[in-house]
Design a protein around this ligand. Structure first.
Ligand SMILES: [Zn+2]
Length: 401
């Protein structure tokens, strides 16, 4: 066989192994997603003071994930809520020592304004702790919140309220999140807060019951959607753990949008304002599984949570909403495919079962949203937020006593 034919065969084999197109039947019921007829962008808001910041992170979300979700539920001509934010930008998300990294490093950059490496949470590569934008907001008297659909102790929320060298030490991260006095903590992960609870890859190995400790410290504690809805959080502290491990977003759990609404209700009581981070945590998991239905379902739940945030910001003019991603996952693409792709009959290709280094989008709405235009680094996100809030000693390392 001539050498060029061998080359062609090898290339074809590589493509079939690593760049596979997939025409997965789109079978999931996305009827929970209530489409909006509106397609036009939300308006630019005149410059003015910003009291509240809602940072929303679609874990693993790239442009293709958004485009595919829109096309499947609305057709190519539609617009999801995320696509209607008036300002768009692009961020790079490489880590201190590698181009494609995990969520610990990328979330640490989004939280602290510094690059880091490996599985570091809220630490620089040499182990020095860095202040997070949530802690900076808390230290100036603002209320704070973290909402996620994986465990509330996994990498992304952890990077905003904990400092630890290994993202897998979730039982210790649970302790740190409570010590950080984050007002609102909603997600999965009861196994990290209570002894003897299984159903997740990590458990508490000591006998501390952090749900009891939290209540002693002033938190109200809930485990179901109904309890969440009824919670009054008189002390402005609410811990909601809705699954032993990651959330399934089905009865008796609340949706991401419902958790966002409740967080906003509690945090908005503070006249000094608030910082809230909401994560669409499992877009990443769907993409790493190369599972189009899982990916789209999670992205649509995230979009409904964005709608909640925008609804709040439209009524509360001093609120800035920034939506972005930590990295792309799955190397997702839309190849030439079957007929009627414009109507949602799309085929999806996947390049990897991991993360990619492709830059990811930023969307912003509210006063000073224009500052998020352009192409910049992920470390700029918390720096821009700090500057807009009038926090000028940021980013900075935490002096260890
Ligand atoms: Zn991630």
């Amino acid at each position: 066989m001539k050498s060029y034919k061998i080359c062609v065969l090898i290339i074809a084999l590589i493509i079939s192994l690593f760049g596979c197109e997939q025409t997965t039947p789109i079978s999931d019921d996305f009827s929970f997603y209530t489409p909006s007829e509106e397609k036009t962008s939300f308006p630019l808001v005149p410059e003015g003071p910003v009291k509240n910041v809602i940072l929303m992170i679609g874990d693993g979300m790239g442009l293709t994930h958004i485009t595919a979700a829109r096309t499947i539920v609305l057709g190519a001509h539609g617009r999801l809520t995320i696509e209607r934010l008036p300002v768009t930008g692009i961020i790079d998300h490489y880590a201190a020592d590698e181009f494609v990294s995990g969520s610990a490093a990328t979330a640490t950059s989004l939280a602290t304004g510094y690059k880091t490496s490996g599985d570091m949470i809220g630490l620089l590569p040499d182990g020095t702790p860095a202040l997070t934008i949530l802690e900076a907001a808390r230290d100036r008297g603002m209320s704070t919140g973290l909402v996620a659909t994986l465990t509330i102790t996994h990498a992304t929320p952890a990077a905003f309220g904990a400092h630890i060298h290994d993202r897998d030490l979730e039982a210790e991260i649970a302790v740190q999140l409570l010590e950080s006095k984050v007002n609102v903590l909603f997600g999965g992960g009861r196994a990290l807060f209570r002894p003897g609870v299984s159903g997740y890859k990590f458990t508490r190995t000591d006998d501390r019951d952090l749900t009891k400790e939290a209540q002693s410290a002033g938190y109200e504690y809930v485990e179901t959607r109904d309890a969440l809805m009824a919670a009054e959080a008189e002390n402005d502290y609410l811990l909601g753990l809705f699954n032993d491990g990651l959330m399934l977003i089905q009865d008796p759990e609340p949706t991401l949008a419902e958790m966002t609404d409740k967080a906003l209700e509690i945090l908005s009581r503070n006249e000094n304002g608030f910082f809230l981070m909401v994560e669409g945590s499992q877009i990443d998991w769907g993409a790493e599984d190369n599972d189009i239905n899982y990916t789209i379902r999670e992205l649509l739940h995230f979009d409904l949570a964005i709608r909640s945030a925008i609804h709040y910001a439209l009524n509360n003019k001093e609120t800035l909403v920034v939506v972005t991603s930590d990295h792309e996952a799955g190397g997702m693409f839309i190849p030439e495919g079957p007929p009627n792709q414009l109507d949602g009959n799309i085929s999806i290709g996947w390049g990897t079962d991991g993360h990619t280094g492709t830059p990811v989008p930023v969307f912003a709405y509210g006063p000073h949203a224009e500052r998020f235009m352009g192409w910049y680094d992920n470390t700029e996100i918390p720096k821009k937020i700090a500057n807009i809030l009038g926090i000028y000693d940021f980013p900075r390392k935490i002096l260890v006593k």
